[in-house]
Design a protein around this ligand. Structure first.
Ligand code: SF4
Length: 385
């Protein structure tokens, strides 16, 4: 018997409610104590943690639900919110169960996170995973490979035995499937944004940061099946791409505000979860395959310079493939890499006479009325030119 439209909506609502609940979950449960490895964005090779039998836990800050009370005494006030609220989550005990913490030198603020963690939570053995600044160097794959082998060794010491190549290949298979499913979600969103909104795609992907990827794969498979059968009403809204969500995440309400009047047909939200854009080869040395993929099969973000990925070209390709007519260029407050890109892209969009809107956000924002007016005016200007 065919499943009805209301049964599809009920099932999707159930899946999305679970994803929302998981996305908000910050506390590491006692049942997971020391089995979870935390990492600060943007990208982290989760497969190595997965192969160790541990769970990677992406630290995307406290959103607009965590009040910063203790962190003010340990971190400057002119620092982006994700650094401050992540520190708060550490200090308020939510992350006591972490068995490890990794940060990367993606910017001045993030590179000090391992130091802040070391002073306050030395038992979590905080580390910096130094991914290369110059990915165009001939030595870059070797450099990433050596860092990944170091990570493999640190984790092996934690679990008391070596992480085998076979275990790593099995993890690559699980994550390759995850990447295929995430690509399918984004392809659907680009093709038919009325069928899958950006908020829905975001929740489906973000949920994967809170449980094992095998479970996440099952959740995405179920969701994709339901979405394919979803009944939709045609709507007339301008198609835009959204940039600025590569590290600190904008509040969901902000994306909802934009989606009230625009279709967001592509974006860089949670780009670290989608960093590797193709399957990682499952034969040969698995760590080399992962390191090579970081350089050769990867997305772009403001925190990495790559001469092969000019920012303007990345945006132009994104807009062309998503058939977008305009862009929303956003940046988190106090985020230097994001603001640098915002400036460069605004100049280019002016030059190319492509309509765009600049927005600033903070994860702890709670009021969206003024932003709603800006976005509505922008959408009207696109619809009625
Ligand atoms: S939001 Fe920007 S400034 Fe803050 S840690 Fe991320 S990249 Fe650095």
């Amino acid at each position: 018997m065919a499943i009805t439209a209301s049964e599809i909506e009920t099932s999707l609502t159930g899946i999305l409610a679970r994803c929302h609940e998981l996305s908000l979950r910050q506390h590491i449960g006692e049942d997971e104590a020391d089995k979870v490895i935390g990492y600060f964005p943007v990208y982290f090779p989760e497969e190595i943690v997965h192969a160790a039998g541990l769970r990677p836990h992406a630290l995307y800050g406290g959103g607009n639900r965590v009040e910063v009370r203790y962190a003010d005494a340990r971190i400057g006030s002119f620092v982006c919110s994700i650094c401050r609220s992540t520190t708060e989550l550490g200090l308020n005990g939510s992350l006591n169960g972490l068995g490890g913490f990794f940060a990367q030198p993606i910017c001045d603020a993030a590179k000090h996170m391992a130091g802040i963690w070391g002073r306050n939570f030395p038992q979590q053995d905080p580390q910096i995973l130094a991914l290369p600044q110059n990915v165009n160097s001939a030595a870059s794959v070797r450099y990433v490979y050596d860092e990944y082998q170091r990570l493999r060794e640190i984790l092996a010491q934690k679990i008391g035995h070596a992480i085998t190549d076979d275990a790593l290949r099995a993890s690559l298979r699980v994550y390759n499937e995850n990447r295929r499913l995430q690509r399918a979600l984004y392809a659907l969103k680009r093709e038919d944004p009325a069928r899958l909104s950006t908020v829905e795609a975001y929740l489906l992907i973000r949920a994967g940061t809170r449980f094992r990827r095998e479970e996440h794969n099952e959740l995405l498979r179920n969701a994709l099946e339901l979405l394919a059968a979803r009944h939709i009403r045609p709507m007339d809204k301008p198609r835009v791409v959204f940039l600025g969500g590569f590290c600190e995440q904008p509040p969901l309400e902000m994306i909802e505000t934009i989606e009230d009047v625009c279709f967001v047909v592509d974006d860089d939200l949670l780009i670290g979860q989608r960093w590797i854009t193709e399957d990682v080869p499952e034969d040969g040395d698995p760590v080399w395959a992962l390191a090579e993929s970081y350089i050769q099969r990867s997305a772009a973000s403001p925190v990495q310079f790559d001469a092969r990925k000019r920012k303007e070209d990345v945006l132009m390709t994104m807009m062309r493939e998503a058939r977008a007519e305009a862009a929303i260029i956003s940046a988190a407050k106090f985020c230097e890499p994001g603001l640098d890109d915002q400036l460069a892209l605004s100049r280019w969009l002016d030059q190319e006479k492509i309509p765009y809107l600049v927005l600033e956000f903070e994860e702890k924002m709670t009021s969206f009325e003024q932003m709603a007016m800006q976005v509505e005016t922008f959408a009207e200007s696109l619809l009625f030119v």
